[in-house]
Design a protein around this ligand. Structure first.
Ligand code: HEC
Length: 215
C-alpha cells in the first residue's frame, strides 16, 4: 500500500479486504465435505456379451459440432450404404449434435490423433418448427430425441473384432448395443471421413487441430 494514503482510506481498505475474504473463507470451509468426487475417466463400458453400454452423461462431454439435414450420396460406399437404418436423415432433416469424450478431445488437440478409447456420440433430434406456446415464427429447433449413435475406437474390443472403430445405435430406451458389421457403417467412414474415420471436416471444434487429412 502507498505510505501516503490516509488512515481513513487504510481502514476502508481493510474493510473491503475483510468483506472480500469472508465469503472465500466460508466457501473453503464449507466445500471440503461437499466437493464432488473426481469423475472416473470416460471410457467405453461393455457388458459380458461384448455389447456397448449406452453412454449416459455424454451431454457434459466436449461438443464438437452440429449439422442439420446432411444427406449422404448413395454411391459413396460402393452400394453398401444403409437403407433405412443408421442416421439417414428424414425429409426435413434431423439435427445431428456430436460430442467427444474429454480425454480424447485433449489428446486430439495436442497430437492431432484420436487415442484408443475415443468415443463420439451423435445425438439425433427431430427438427421442429412449432412449440406449444406459438412463440416461434421462423427457424427450427432440436425437438424430440430420435436416437444416439456411438463410434468407439478400440483395437481390443471384447466382441473379438480387430477393426479399429466400432459403430453402435441406441434408439430411446435401449441400454446396450452390438456393433454393426463393418460394411454397414465403418466402410463409409473409412472411405470418406477426413481424419481417422471421423468426419472432422464437419466439426468446427476439431477442425483447427487436424494435423493431416486422409481425404
Ligand atoms: C454413407 C456414409 C455413412 C454411413 C454408411 C454411415 N455414416 Fe456415420 N457419418 C457419416 C457422416 C457424413 C457423418 C458426419 C456428420 C453427420 O452426419 O452429422 C457421420 C457421423 C457419424 C458419427 C459421429 C462421429 C463420427 O464418426 O464422425 C457416428 C457416431 C456415426 N456416424 C455412426 C454411424 C453408424 C452407427 C452407422 C451405421 C449404422 C453409420 N454411421 C454409417 C456418414 C456415414
Amino acid at each position: 500500500m502507498n505510505l501516503a494514503c490516509s488512515n481513513r482510506s487504510r481502514v476502508g481498505f481493510f474493510m473491503v479486504l475483510a468483506f472480500a475474504l469472508a465469503p472465500a473463507a466460508l466457501h473453503t470451509a464449507g466445500s471440503a465435505s461437499q466437493e464432488p468426487k473426481p469423475k472416473p475417466a470416460v471410457v467405453p463400458q461393455y457388458n459380458d456379451r461384448g455389447e456397448l453400454k449406452r453412454p449416459t452423461d455424454y451431454r457434459t462431454w466436449v461438443f464438437v459440432g452440429t449439422s442439420i439435414g446432411l444427406r449422404y450420396r448413395q454411391d459413396v460406399s460402393d452400394g453398401t450404404t444403409r437403407q433405412g437404418d443408421g442416421h439417414k436423415p428424414a425429409k426435413l432433416g434431423d439435427f445431428h449434435n456430436v460430442y467427444i469424450n474429454p480425454p480424447a478431445y485433449e489428446h486430439y488437440v495436442k497430437t492431432g490423433k484420436f487415442p484408443e478409447k475415443t468415443m463420439l456420440v451423435l445425438d439425433i433430434y427431430k427438427a421442429e418448427a412449432r412449440e406449444p406456446k406459438g412463440i416461434v415464427s421462423g427457424g427450427l429447433f432440436s425437438g424430440e430425441q430420435l436416437r444416439i449413435e456411438v463410434a468407439v475406437k478400440n483395437r481390443a474390443r471384447p466382441d473379438g473384432s480387430k477393426t479399429d472403430w466400432a459403430y453402435y445405435d441406441f434408439p430411446p430406451g435401449r441400454p446396450t448395443a452390438r456393433a454393426f458389421p463393418d460394411k454397414t457403417c465403418y466402410e463409409c467412414h473409412r472411405a470418406h471421413a477426413a481424419d481417422d474415420k471421423v468426419w472432422v471436416q464437419f466439426y468446427p471444434t476439431l477442425r483447427p487441430h487436424m494435423k493431416h487429412r486422409d481425404k
